[in-house]
Design a protein around this ligand. Structure first.
Ligand code: HPA
Length: 270
């Protein structure tokens, strides 16, 4: 607990009023940070006990400010298991958010589309998640200060927020797609066989983040809402190779819609 408290005390010294909403910006979606006003930016490397992001295209800063006049904290750059952190480290910031008083977490990510009705560039509201192939981030002694040992996962993503988001999506993107996000550990993209298996299991999109963060958020009672940018169709669907370059390029193409959706969402829930 001491580590957590040291981190919180450092942040509270830099920021007087702590927002109740936090957002994690996924691969290629970091430019939302430019729209934040009245910013206080803290680099991860300056925050005691904070991990440091290693993925190209992920910046590594915590931004406090307002978006569409709504106070929020943005994590520009997140931590992934494939970078070599253990799962507890990847979700360290979520527990810090809890201790700072955050009540709502907006999770965003880039993912491969598994649902054959999806296209590259679509935005999907996350309705539920799958994570059969990874250990639970809550494995080990329970941190009773945050939540109970056994956690109900019936509503990882808050229904009320999903309903708020649907008409916003429709208005801005012309579509309202919802689906199940499947978590894979990475850093390899999946094989075509894995994608076929995930489809049979009910997945609509696949990515390498978000699930550990959502689990830790739910453990401590933070409400979640998730938006996925379908940056590519998953392996084997088209006869094309997957690359991080492509993922980033697609994310860039949809960033205006993405930003608009987030701005309206925070206005509604803020
Ligand atoms: N698979 C896993 N993670 C991803 C993908 C994918 O196809 N695209 C973007 N992130």
């Amino acid at each position: 607990m001491n580590n957590f408290l040291e981190t919180v005390s450092y942040i509270k010294k830099q920021v007087k009023d702590i927002p109740k909403i936090a957002i994690i910006l996924g691969s290629g979606l970091g430019s939302l940070a430019d729209e934040i006003e009245n910013k206080i930016t803290i680099s991860y490397k300056d925050i005691p006990n904070f991990p440091i992001s290693t993925v190209p295209g992920h910046k590594g800063e915590l931004i406090f400010g307002t978006l569409n006049k709504v106070p929020l904290i943005a994590m520009n750059g997140r931590f992934h298991y494939y970078e070599g952190y253990d799962l507890k480290e990847t979700t360290y910031p979520i527990r810090i958010f809890k201790l700072l008083g955050v009540e709502t977490l907006i999770l965003t990510n880039a993912a491969g589309g598994i649902n054959l009705n999806f296209e590259k560039g679509d935005l999907m509201i996350i309705e539920d998640q799958l994570s059969f192939f990874a250990e639970s981030v809550l494995r080990g002694p329970n941190l009773d200060e945050f939540g109970e040992r056994f956690i109900d996962m019936s509503n990882v993503y808050t229904k009320e927020y999903i309903e708020i988001l649907k008409p916003i999506m429709k208005r801005i993107t012309g579509k309202c797609l919802t689906g199940v996000y499947a978590y894979m550990k990475g850093p390899t993209y999946e094989t075509p066989a894995e994608i076929r298996a995930l489809r049979v299991m009910g997945a609509d999109a696949v990515g390498m983040s978000t699930v550990p963060e959502a689990v830790v958020a739910r453990h401590s009672g933070i409400k979640c809402i998730g938006i996925t940018c379908i940056t590519n169709m998953a392996a084997g669907i088209y006869n094309e190779e997957l690359s991080h370059e492509d993922v980033k390029n697609t994310a860039l193409k949809v960033e205006n819609n993405f930003k608009q959706v987030i701005k309206e969402l925070v206005k509604e829930i803020g």
